[in-house]
Ligand binder design. Structure first.
Ligand SMILES: [Zn+2]
Length: 190
């Protein structure tokens, strides 16, 4: 597992995935913290999405073309989540629908905790299938609370589950504090 700690401020793992892009709204500053398949596995491991992420790590070196293609498809899925939720993009919704059907086709139902769970394939397509399930779960839930951070550049997204539905920032300590300081200085200049 890598040393990166991925943000989990969104309240839904599919939106946490969107937040693996930092400074999304500023092209000059944007950072994609999932640059390759290995980073995707790190992210999956951090949220305990896969039963055995370490078994997949060997694949990244033994079948680099397959895992590179999976990485490209996972990033497309991540961006589709963003565009589906925040732009209601029909193309993005269609991509998620395709990926979800494809994931179901490749998965099997397995019993655990007295219920049946969709179990993704154990091969390199497993992470994409698991992420497609997350994306489908998000898209078919109530999206009224979906928000984007009020910062000009941050771009992180989250479900506003605050009691008064007035959460403006991804994190109070990060963007909230920085913008308060900025506003304070702007006021003092005037
Ligand atoms: Zn923010």
């Amino acid at each position: 597992m890598g040393t990166t700690t991925y943000p989990r401020v969104a309240g839904h793992p599919a939106l946490d995935l969107v937040d693996t892009v930092h400074w999304r709204l500023d092209d000059a500053r944007a950072i994609d913290t999932l640059p390759d398949f290995g980073a995707v596995l790190d992210w999956c491991a951090e949220i305990a999405l896969l039963a055995d992420p370490d078994a997949l790590r060997a694949l990244a070196s033994s079948t680099p073309e397959t895992t590179a293609a999976e990485h490209v498809a996972i990033i497309a899925l991540r961006e589709a989540v963003y565009e589906a939720v925040f732009d209601e993009s029909p193309d993005a919704v269609a991509l998620i629908a395709r990926e979800h059907v494809d994931a179901l086709n490749r998965s099997s139902l397995q019993l655990g905790d007295n219920r049946w769970h969709w179990h993704p394939p154990a091969d390199a397509t497993g992470p994409r299938a698991s992420i497609a399930f997350l994306a489908h779960d998000l898209l078919t839930s109530d999206l009224r609370a979906a928000r984007q951070c009020g910062d000009d550049a941050c771009g992180w997204v989250y479900l506003d589950t605050s009691p008064r539905h007035n959460r403006i920032w991804c994190t109070a300590a990060g963007c909230g504090n920085r913008n308060r300081v900025k506003r304070h200085h702007a006021r003092n200049r005037d």
